[in-house]
Design a protein around this ligand. Structure first.
Ligand code: NAP
Ligand code: SF4
Length: 677
């Protein structure tokens, strides 16, 4: 790549002696589910090749197990399996011979799926179904042999290196920590023994693969476990790993079972890189840092501070395959920024669905969903500039259609304009910025403050009309629903109506939780302040007690309000929230004293408050305000009338189906329609 850049450090090459990385942008490892699909390899080849073309310096694949016990769903232990990986390594090297691709070796240990989970001791993880089988001495040697064999096969498959994951609660990390390693032989007891497995693993791999192969060790630099690794142990391990031949150390934060968010959207950008910076002072080899680094400016700042030598971005590369090349060319405002929602990536991984991205439905679907130039240009009208209308307009216009976008309000963004008001969801500003830019880039004719009529659409002679008019909040059929105490969520979030000190929230879906977050919150958003975030989650960055959290009590500031979050279902409140983020919202609200009650029946709202049946008992919640968060109904707007007039019309997003609507589904549906139209 040639030209000037605003990110001189990020774009400087990194010399590893026998090879070099062309820049400091790393596409971090992320399991996509493609690894174990029958047609997964051609899909992965395309997925990674697009990111290689998009400018990253190095790619780490999703985790591949060294054996059946490793349990990640895909293993590499034979030459035949290595042959299948050739498709990936060839595609990446063909896309850009300068790009390095390393395979992650993932042995899940006690978190392995299936019946072969093994670990140093039979200690069940909080998030595993069963206790693992305790390895005997021969079993440990076998695991080490399998790690070595896997690395050798990765080299045979054409990878430039391997990353060995020694964190997150997977096998290697369970040797390191006292609570999961109860052994009394040479693999347990004092830290020197507990780190033996990790060190032996790297030492033996290096011996087997030779000097000309990138070897990365991923360390839990702050494991977020009560009684986890001390800082001295982290340093001791990292130094030992360097000594036995690793080229790079990659810092990771948290184990999956820890109750501290490290990648969710409420985590401040680059919150953890300071920990990498401290470790870097002890080592001679380069360090990778990660977590919530989603824009090139953040990456450059992290590198400028000297926190790391390489910056890992995993989800941001799902959101935009061309992030790096856009940064190089000064087109940052065209970057489709990862908003750290986890909705289509990690939530899918942990529920066994194929991974994609909420803001980029092509992610991991590169062979299936393509936005090809059109043969016949159409004149298209899109009604509604919410997520569905915007995504459709962008993609259709990028293919060459002439798109006119009508929006009745004064701004684009629809429901995203509400989401961005919620503390911890500030990243939605980026998505709106992205769409605003695409409107200019693809010359989409935007008409704000325009409630377009059927006759206008017919008169202007559009070939097709896309109705993306969204939703209207559901108003429950309840006596007193028009009482002055009852307020809709849109009015509350947009600040049009104040809420009192005692508040009931009717409906505990995503919006009910958002409202509870907004009105229970006080002061600056923790997502914008690392110190506040650390206090709220009980992390001590300065003193680094064991795991970073041992003995640190979370301190949560909350607004002076009594809040009750209600739902009719008997299921636990918040169960329907995202798999990987729901728990953070439940914990936060619990700490702020928000009461959550399920199984209620609403009776009426009057001057006394909200009347309910709870366990068949009549109760009155003496509240000043009842915020209605009872879901939505579709707003089909002009769809039926247009159909009657014989206009070719499509219905997308919330207007199509409001039930359980979310932006992921709306954008995905819009993208598929825009790819075909
Ligand atoms: P929702 O998830 O459908 O929840 C609304 C809740 O209102 C329902 O769970 C239902 O629970 C209750 N309800 C339904 N009809 C009712 C009635 N007639 N009277 C009283 N209560 C009624 O809708 P939402 O919370 O508005 O969220 C909309 C969409 O945006 C969802 O798909 C959500 O996932 C998405 N969203 C996601 C996030 C996120 O962070 N991922 C955040 C915000 C929104 P009961 O019947 O059990 O009371
Ligand atoms: Fe980022 Fe959300 Fe896309 Fe995952 S789904 S990559 S978190 S924007």
């Amino acid at each position: 790549m040639h030209g000037k850049t605003s990110y001189p450090i990020a774009f400087s090459p990194l010399d590893l002696g026998f090879t070099r990385l062309k820049n400091r942008f790393l596409m971090g490892s992320m399991h996509t589910g493609l690894e174990e699909l029958p047609n997964g390899f051609p899909r992965m080849a395309r997925y990674f090749a697009e990111r290689a073309k998009g400018g990253v310096g190095m790619i780490i694949t999703g985790g591949i197990s060294p054996n059946i016990e490793g349990g990640s769903g895909a293993k590499l232990s034979t030459s035949e399996e290595a042959q299948a990986h050739r498709e990936i390594t060839d595609a990446v090297h063909k896309a850009d011979p300068e790009v390095k691709i390393c395979m992650q070796i993932l042995h899940m240990g006690p978190l392995a799926r299936g019946k072969y989970a093994v670990a140093p001791s039979a200690v069940r993880s909080r998030i595993a179904r069963a206790a693992p089988i305790e390895l005997d001495a021969a079993g440990i040697e076998k695991q080490l042999d399998d790690f070595v064999n896997c690395a050798v096969k990765a080299k045979e498959a054409g990878y430039d290196g391997v990353e060995v994951i020694g964190s997150a609660g997977y096998l290697i990390s369970t040797f390191l920590v006292q609570k999961t390693n109860l052994r009394t032989d040479e693999w347990g007891g004092p830290f020197e023994n507990r780190m033996r497995f990790a060190v032996e693993c790297i030492r033996r791999i290096r011996q087997a693969v030779g000097d000309q192969f990138i070897l990365i060790f991923r360390i839990a630099a702050m494991d977020m476990l009560e009684g986890g690794m001390s800082w001295d142990e982290v340093v001791q391990l990292a130094k030992a790993i360097e000594e036995v031949g690793a080229n790079i150390i990659s810092t990771h934060f948290t184990w999956h079972e820890a109750a501290v968010p490290t990648i969710a959207t409420m985590v401040p950008r680059a919150a953890f890189t300071g920990v990498t910076g401290r470790l870097k002072k002890h080592l001679g080899i380069p360090l990778i840092t990660s977590n919530r680094i989603n824009m090139p400016s953040v990456a450059e700042e992290v590198l400028r501070r000297g926190d790391a030598d390489i910056v890992s971005m995993a989800r941001p590369m799902l959101a935009d395959a061309d992030l790096v090349v856009k940064a190089w060319e000064g087109r940052e405002d065209e970057i489709n920024t990862c908003i750290a929602c986890n909705q289509a990536c990690l939530d899918h991984t942990f529920t066994g669905q194929e991974v994609s991205c909420l803001v980029n439905p092509r992610a991991c679907h590169e062979t299936k969903l393509n936005y090809l130039p059109v043969a016949k240009i159409k004149k298209l009208a899109v009604v509604g500039a919410g997520p569905a209308g915007l995504a459709f307009s962008e993609i259709a216009a990028s293919r060459g259609h002439h798109v006119t976008l009508f929006e009745q309000s004064s701004e684009i963004g629809g429901q995203f304009n509400l989401a961005k008001q919620i503390p911890g969801k500030e990243e939605f500003h980026e998505t709106i910025r992205y769409f605003r830019r695409t409107i200019d880039k693809y010359s989409i004719l935007l008409n704000l403050n325009c409630k377009v009529t059927v006759s206008q659409l017919v008169k202007e002679g559009f070939d097709e009309v896309i109705v993306a008019t969204g939703i209207t909040p559901r108003v429950p059929d309840l006596p007193g629903i028009t009482h002055e105490k009852a307020v809709g969520y849109i009015d509350v979030i947009s600040g049009n109506r104040a809420v009192g000190r005692k508040v009931a929230i009717m409906g505990a879906g995503g919006i009910g939780f958002d409202v509870a977050e907004l009105i229970s919150h006080t002061g600056k958003s923790a997502a914008l302040d690392r110190q506040i975030f650390a206090q709220e989650w009980g992390i001590d960055f300065d003193n680094h007690p064991r795991g970073g959290v041992t003995g640190v009590k979370p301190v949560v500031a909350s607004a002076d309000r009594e809040i009750t979050l209600l739902q009719r279902k008997a299921t636990p409140v918040g169960r329907g929230l995202g798999k990987t983020t729901g728990w953070t919202h439940r914990i936060t609200l619990n700490r702020r004293g928000v009461k959550m009650i399920n199984g209620v029946e609403y009776l009426k709202i009057d001057d006394l408050g909200l009347h309910l049946l709870i366990n068949n008992e009549h109760q009155i919640l003496d509240v000043d305000t009842v915020v209605i968060c009872a879901g939505q109904t579709s707003q089909r707007g002009i769809y039926d009338e247009l159909t009657d007039k014989g206009v070719k019309v499509h219905l997308i997003g919330g207007a199509f189906e409001a039930a359980e609507l979310d932006a992921k589904r709306a954008i995905n549906q819009a993208a598929h329609l825009a790819a075909q139209v």
